[in-house]
Design a binder for this molecule. Sequence first.
Ligand SMILES: CC(C)(COP(=O)(O)OP(=O)(O)OC[C@H]1O[C@@H](n2cnc3c(N)ncnc32)[C@H](O)[C@@H]1OP(=O)(O)O)[C@@H](O)C(=O)NCCC(=O)NCCS
Length: 142
Amino acid sequence: MTALPRQLPEAVSIREWREDDFPSIQALSAAERWTTPVERPDAAVRAWRSSRPALVAVVEGAVVGFVRCISDGAVTTYVAELLVAAPWRRRGIAVALLDAAQARVPGSRLDLLATSESRSFYERMGFRAFHGFRMSWNERKA
Ligand SMILES: CC(C)(COP(=O)(O)OP(=O)(O)OC[C@H]1O[C@@H](n2cnc3c(N)ncnc32)[C@H](O)[C@@H]1OP(=O)(O)O)[C@@H](O)C(=O)NCCC(=O)NCCS
C-alpha cells in the first residue's frame, strides 16, 4: 500500500473475526451511525460469515476496529467496511487492518467506496480516486 512509517500500539492485535465479535461490531457501527448491523442484524451477520478477509483489531479482549472485505482471491479485494473506534483513531490501526487484509490475498488490489469523511484518509494512504456508484436493493426496486 503506502510506505508511511507506522507502528501499531503494542496493546493492539489483529485477528480473524469470530461470531462472538458481532455485538461489538454492531456497537461500533451504531456509534458511527452505520445502520445495517443494527437494523438488519441477520443480513449483517450473514455478510460477515461470507466475507474474507474479515478481521478485527483487539485491545485487551475488546474489539476497537474491524475490516470486512470480499475477495476473488487473486485480482480484486473489495473493502466493504473499515472502522476504528473514535478513541483509537490516528494510531495506525486502520492501516494495519488494511495491510493485514491485503496480506491475506497477496497480489490483489484493494477497491472501495470512500465517504466524504474518509476520503482524505485513503488519499493519505496513496489510494487513487475512482468514481464509485452505489444502489441499494430498495432503490433498485423503487
Ligand atoms: C477512516 C478511519 C478508518 C481511519 O482509521 P485510523 O485508525 O484513525 O487510521 P490510521 O491511524 O491507520 O491512519 C493512517 C494514517 O492516515 C492518517 N489519517 C487517519 N485518518 C485520516 C483522515 N480522516 N484524513 C487524513 N488522514 C488521516 C493518520 O494520521 C495516519 O497518518 P500518519 O501515519 O502520518 O500518522 C477512521 O477514522 C474511521 O473509522 N472513520 C469512521 C468510519 C469510516 O469513515 N470508515 C471508512 C469508510 S469508507
